[in-house]
Design a protein around this ligand. Structure first.
Ligand SMILES: Nc1nc2c(c(=O)[nH]1)N[C@H]1C(S)=C(S)[C@@H](COP(=O)(O)O)O[C@H]1N2
Ligand SMILES: [Mo]
Length: 201
């Protein structure tokens, strides 16, 4: 029999300063982009031996995975036990020959949103490029046809409407990271704002 979920277990999964919600709020800067499967593509560029381009069909044919993960937005809501389905970043990267100098990724989205991540966290087993949430296709507002999910970091790193990955040797701050939000974004240590960053890092 499944172990019953007790309040204490749940509390241990909620980072400091966060409040639980069962709803799935939409947090978007700007409008939800229009999706056309005929023109949509997904590119891998930058410090790779050979840039890659996937059509929508090609991307959807990649090996699929499922994972359950908690989601924490810096505006203080957390939603537990999200079921994501899609392509694990660790699986996608098997098709990419990264240059040895690659240390960061910049994620590019429709609507000019970007976010940056260190490679080690991007390649973690729990990072996923998802097209389904809780057993249904993602709603357009939640990132359909494809969003990144990085459960260990605040939600703004989980970019919606992803179109390209750019690998780089130097770190370049993304949309929120240049607008006062923390470059790293660990919810457990409340890395919320850029003024908290250690200048030595
Ligand atoms: N392209 C894009 N991705 C984005 C955002 C955005 O404005 N544009 N907002 C981020 C923020 S702040 C959060 S908390 C999550 C929210 O995801 P949701 O709207 O599916 O809840 O998406 C992130 N990804
Ligand atoms: Mo957010």
């Amino acid at each position: 029999m499944a172990k019953p979920l007790i309040a204490q277990d749940v509390a241990a999964r909620v980072p400091p300063g966060q409040i639980l919600t069962d709803k799935f709020p939409v947090l978007s800067y700007g409008a939800t982009p229009r999706f056309d499967p005929k023109t949509w593509d997904f590119k891998v560029v930058g410090l790779v031996e050979k840039p890659l381009r996937f059509s929508y069909q090609e991307f959807r044919a990649l090996p699929q995975s499922r994972e359950v993960a908690d989601f924490h937005c810096v505006t203080t809501w957390s939603r537990l036990d999200n079921v994501w389905e899609g392509v694990r970043v660790a699986d996608l990267i098997k098709l990419v020959k990264l240059s040895p100098e690659a240390r960061y990724v910049i994620v590019h989205c429709d609507g000019d949103y970007t976010t940056n991540l260190p490679l080690n966290e991007f390649l973690d087993d729990d990072a996923m490029l998802a097209h389904r949430h809780d057993g249904r296709d993602l709603e357009p507002d939640h990132g359909f046809p494809l969003r990144l999910v990085v459960p260990k970091l605040y939600g703004w790193k989980s970019a919606k409407w992803v179109r390209a990955l750019e690998f780089a040797d130097i770190d370049r701050r993304g949309f929120w990271e240049v607008r006062g939000y923390h470059n790293h974004a660990d919810p457990w240590t409340e890395e919320r704002y850029s003024f908290q960053e250690d200048p030595e890092d």
